[in-house]
Ligand binder design. Sequence first.
Ligand code: ADP
Length: 436
Amino acid sequence: MKPSSTTATGLLVALPALLALTGVLLAGVPSLAEAVALVALVIVLTWAAWRFAGERTNRLQTVVNLLEALREGDYGVRASGTARGDDFGDIARHFNALAARLQDEQRGLHESLQLLSKTLAALDGAVFAFERDGRLRLVNPAGERLLARPAQELLGTDAAMLGLAALFDVRSGDIVPHAFAGQSGRWQVGHASLRSRSQEGRLLVMQPMERALRDEEAQAFRRLLRVLSHEITNSMAPIASLVETLQGVLPTTGSPLDGELHEDLRHGLDVIGQRSAALQRFIGQYARLARLPPPQPAVVDVVAFCERVAGLFNDPRIRIAPGAALQLHGDRDQLEQVLINLLRNAVEAGGDSEVVLGWRRADKHVLVEVSDRGPGLPPSGNLFVPFFTTKANGAGIGLALSRQIVEAQGGTLELHSREGGQGAVARISLPLAAPG
Ligand code: ADP
């Protein structure tokens, strides 16, 4: 209670005695009976004034406590005595209406925050919010995965230290390739300024585009392949059959033609026949990319799968690094094709050196790895682009087809240089089979 209100209370309580004293002084000494009646009256009035002032003080103290509770954010408090007809009844009713409204707003805010945090968690785009001084204030789970560090370690760190500052120079909406600690690929960059607690901040959103772009590219490629293979096959089939007919018509002995001319003609037909057959085989290979059937996923025993594919090579250079018994979810026949391609590439790259085939579990995925000690990967971003090859007789189809197969089964295929040594590692990641 403030001193002024304490003084007012004191004066109110002392008022009956002061009035009695003033009366005595003005009217002279009272008789005994008058004096007794006056003292009794003063006692009763003082007691009543004291009760009245005390009750008021208590009520004011209660109002102060209630307001303090609101200030502390406890919007569940309610004042009693709303039925009273005096000022305190009014105050109680207004106070309760205010507390109920604040409680509703708090509940609404809480629900919005929960919705926001759930939405942020479900986004596959990484979201980073920075304070005015460039320190990270909020990051969603996709952002943690991108930087391969938990939020506790990231929050409060400077954008430049996180390697994100340069991304604010990229025009919002542009797609750029970028390698983060946790993931690499192509990303659509989005940024905006935001205001929080009346502070200017910045928001950065990195939307993964690699998969979508790759799907789009693969689809365009498949369309092109379909048209090309259709046209080439249509042209090659009559050429091959014509060559066969001409070869049959041309007599092997007793030709009316000059000996050398006859030989040239036969040789020419042979070459046309061979090349058209080769071209048909060649285009047939690419057509597989365009006609990849939908996968038929089932539970695949990883150990048996790896041993079987390695066994097909019957090559002492291929060594299996034994791993735990695991089961993955995928189309075994198509995955065999993938592993054959990767092992073949590794053996071809490695020369006489060893190729190691291993597998392990990583969270909800099975990783199958083929590592070699060859010269390592060529410096090109096109390894997975169809037709890309650095081999004299390569078709450049193996990796493109393999990635298409693996991604159609919910997995990923990546090629890296080997850490701590020369060579390359091909890593397939596929979903672990659900138990039971
Ligand atoms: P191809 O084997 O017909 O060339 P791929 O699509 O399988 O087609 O491979 C494309 C290219 O990727 C290869 O030509 C080679 O340059 C590179 N490559 C693939 N695997 C490896 C590896 N293990 N080591 C080095 N380079 C590799």
